[in-house]
Design a protein around this ligand. Structure first.
Ligand code: ADP
Ligand code: MG
Length: 473
């Protein structure tokens, strides 16, 4: 067909006609109707999508369709670019990867820009060798929400970023459980160093990749190139060093590189899922090196920090999240930040797919797929609850089931009833009986007043959370 005048609207309209026949009406309505064509430059069509999540969803699920239809319209070199309106600032262009390439790109994983270190075996000779840092530019200090859980590690990281190799924190060892931000923080430091010192060579490498490169170097007789390459670096970040455990030769070479860099005043940052002293299968001399600097841990974020993280992530995705929903999620997802992110992503996806509002009931559904003990708390006995609550408030069992009207005793009593209702199948009537023969309406009122308190008093909520934690064990 001969196409004379092409503009973004006509090109997109043609595409959309084809796409409409290929996807379900529901998907079409959800994912394609909201798209606006913006401009056409050569063979690059720019479309505007509502938010970043939307863009990612399209890339993940519809890239083939988009690619094919656009190529029909614009030829084999067709490209698609996305525009995502920023909420607070002026719209900024978001350049999606080109269509043909992003198929094999590492979508969905940590968005490293390149899968491989381009040339890990650069032979130094000329002074300046450009090394691809392997840093993810989205992992910055700005996007790393501060909280009690990460204060030490974050501020040490910041100090290191401002004066790499010049502080006492060398090496800086960041440790903590999975999903708590070790990798993010390590990248943030690297990015900050690159910002502040354009002449410094920064390199991020996972222990696994380091190991593989080493094995490859052994195989190809290129050990000295390997070592030379690593000795070029001004800031070396080695992620998840626990993977070096029991790899004797890799540890030896790492020890060598470590010493060289350290002596030259170069900065090392290491991460690990456990503190240095618990690194089994690691040579003593390495562990003692790790202890030279500072070991700082990352803890599970508190409720407030979880809230802040949720809000920041949703803002970045351009999604409005009601306060009560954010609160609900932060209450119920407590393990780590990665899980929190997982919940948010499915929440948006569910909302979009089923055309539902993001409210507490949707959040509850999504969370119940992730976290088991929210909707199906373990059965606990009356005695267990009474015992734990009584102990928490330093009361006797008689106080709890008796007639005292002292305020804190009343609260403890009501709370026990509430927990009974939550954690057992007992009827209100039987719960009443277990508390000194009280009426079922009393139990009902008790539960309501606890719910009100939970909504209104964050401190009380914390207490209840602590008790619930004990009950789950
Ligand atoms: P780890 O390396 O400790 O397993 P990651 O650094 O991969 O954890 O973090 C998991 C996810 O949680 C990442 O997407 C990261 O951006 C996010 N994350 C962790 N901590 C924070 C934080 N304090 N603020 C914002 N995002 C965080
Ligand atoms: Mg990690």
């Amino acid at each position: 067909m001969h196409k004379m005048t092409k503009d973004h609207t006509s090109v997109w309209n043609n595409c959309i006609k084809v796409i409409e026949g290929l996807v379900s009406p529901q998907s079409f309505k959800t994912w394609f109707q909201p798209i606006q064509p913006v401009r056409l430059e050569g063979q690059a069509l720019t479309i505007q999508v509502p938010n970043k999540f939307f863009y990612e969803w399209l890339e993940e699920h519809y890239v083939h369709i988009l690619q094919k239809t656009l190529q029909e319209e614009l030829g084999p070199n067709a490209r698609l670019e996305y525009l995502i309106p920023r909420k607070t600032t002026a719209p900024a262009a978001y350049k999606g990867p080109t269509l043909s390439k992003d198929l094999e790109k590492n979508y969905g994983q940590v968005p490293l820009r390149t899968e491989k270190i381009k040339n890990p075996f650069v032979i130094p000779g000329i002074k300046k060798v450009k090394v691809d840092s392997q840093l993810n530019s989205e992992y910055t200090f700005d996007s790393f929400v501060e909280g009690d859980c990460n204060q030490l590690a974050r501020s040490a990281g910041w100090a290191v970023a401002k004066r790499p190799g010049q502080t006492a924190f060398n090496p800086l060892m960041i440790f903590g459980n999975v999903g708590l931000g070790k990798t993010h923080l390590a990248h943030a430091i690297g990015n900050e160093v690159l910002n502040g010192f354009s002449d410094k060579t920064v390199l991020y490498v996972s222990s696994e990749r380091f190991t593989n490169q080493f094995i490859e170097a052994l195989r190809s007789n290129a050990i000295s190139d390997f070592v030379n390459f690593y000795q070029l670096v001004d800031l070396l970040i080695v992620d998840d060093i626990q993977f070096l455990a029991n790899k004797q030769k890799t540890q030896d070479i790492f020890f060598h590189i470590f010493n060289h860099l350290h002596q030259k005043g170069k900065q090392l940052i290491l991460t690990s899922d456990r503190p240095p002293k618990e690194l089994q299968g690691m040579e003593e001399r390495l562990i003692s090196r790790f202890k030279w600097g500072l070991s700082a841990d990352l803890q599970v974020p508190s409720l407030e920090t979880r809230m802040a993280i949720i809000q920041q992530k949703m803002e970045n995705d351009g999604v409005d999240l009601a306060h009560d929903v954010a609160e609900y999620i932060s209450h119920n997802v407590r393990t780590n930040v990665r899980e929190l992110e997982g919940i948010l992503v499915s929440l948006i996806a569910q909302a979009a797919l089923n055309r539902r509002e993001i409210d507490i009931s949707l959040a509850r559904e999504v969370i119940s797929n992730f976290v088991e003990d929210i909707t199906t708390p373990k059965e606990v006995s009356v005695e267990q609850i009474q015992e734990i609550v009584a102990k928490h408030y330093s009361l006797s069992l008689e106080d709890l089931t008796g007639k005292s009207r002292k305020r804190y005793i009343v609260i403890a009593r009501k709370l026990s009833m509430y927990l009974m209702k939550q954690y057992s199948d007992m009827s209100l009537k039987n719960i009443g009986l277990a508390f000194g023969g009280r009426d079922h309406t009393t139990v009902m009122h008790a539960c309501r007043s606890i719910e009100d308190m939970l909504n209104e008093k964050p401190q009380f909520r914390q207490v209840v959370e602590q008790i619930q934690e004990k009950l789950r064990r």
